[in-house]
Write a protein that binds this ligand. Structure first.
Ligand code: ATP
Ligand code: PRP
Length: 203
């Protein structure tokens, strides 16, 4: 039986992904929450779990060093990796990807958008036929709109608390986001039976 490597995004997704696996009786031999290790054996056949930053998951999958990944749809939309198959929407770490700004702000030509998602932002505005310029930030996007560093932001919204407490509002929805299970195309050909069995197990 071949080894199967599954990369899980650190942070929010990891918590929910490990809980989902546990519900299906798949567990790491040591808890990733209590360890600085990066690769974990599990109690399920030859499955090993790798913990990486969310934005690095697509690259590990593209390289083929890792077979499977659990990653947010936002990260997949932003990455230019395409040699993977979508296997399942795990419906965990759900949130929305939106354009947001100060009250009554509307989409308009040549807006400056602050975001950590420059590529998907350009794609979205292009699909609407609205030219925009993008300012890449690494966190606290809301601040850019509050201080008029940008006209609007593209960011994730969960409870809406961050927008509300900073006096911002959703202008429009780009997409609903949740975590997806993906597989490297070659891995899927080589280990199809093992992978299908694992995917069926994760319900
Ligand atoms: P990276 O390490 O790549 O910079 P990060 O530090 O932003 O990522 P987290 O915030 O822990 O990592 O997780 C981000 C992922 O969790 C997102 O890609 C998204 O799919 C999901 N997510 C769910 N709810 C939220 C939320 N409220 N805010 C941000 N991300 C969320
Ligand atoms: C995320 C996201 C929003 C906020 C949305 O930020 O970028 O700012 O959470 O959640 P809410 O709708 O429930 O308020 P995060 O906490 O990851 O911090 P960051 O701005 O440093 O990325």
């Amino acid at each position: 039986m071949k080894k199967i490597f599954l990369a899980i995004s650190k942070g929010r997704i990891m918590e929910e992904a490990l809980a989902l696996l546990k519900k299906n009786e798949i567990e790491c031999n040591i808890s990733p929450n209590d360890s600085r290790k990066l690769i974990f054996r599990t109690n399920y056949e030859n499955l090993q779990i790798i913990i990486v930053r969310a934005s690095d998951v697509p690259l590990y999958i593209e390289s083929g060093k890792v077979d499977l990944g659990i990653v947010g749809k936002d990260t997949l939309l932003e990455s230019n990796v395409d040699n993977y198959f979508f296997l399942k929407d795990l419906k965990i770490a759900s949130c929305k990807l939106v354009v947001a700004g100060k009250k009554d702000k509307k989409l308009a030509s040549n807006m400056k958008i602050a975001t950590k998602y420059p590529s998907l932002t350009q794609d979205f505005f292009l699909s609407k036929g609205i030219p925009c310029s993008v300012l890449k930030l690494y966190g606290s996007m809301e601040l850019a709109a509050v201080l008029n560093l940008s006209d609007a932001i593209v960011d994730l919204v969960d409870t809406g608390k961050t927008l509300k407490e900073n006096g911002l509002e959703e202008i429009c929805l780009i997409d609903n986001i949740s975590s997806h299970l993906i597989v490297n195309k070659s891995s899927y050909k080589l280990k199809k039976n093992q992978i299908d069995k694992l995917v069926n197990r994760i319900s």
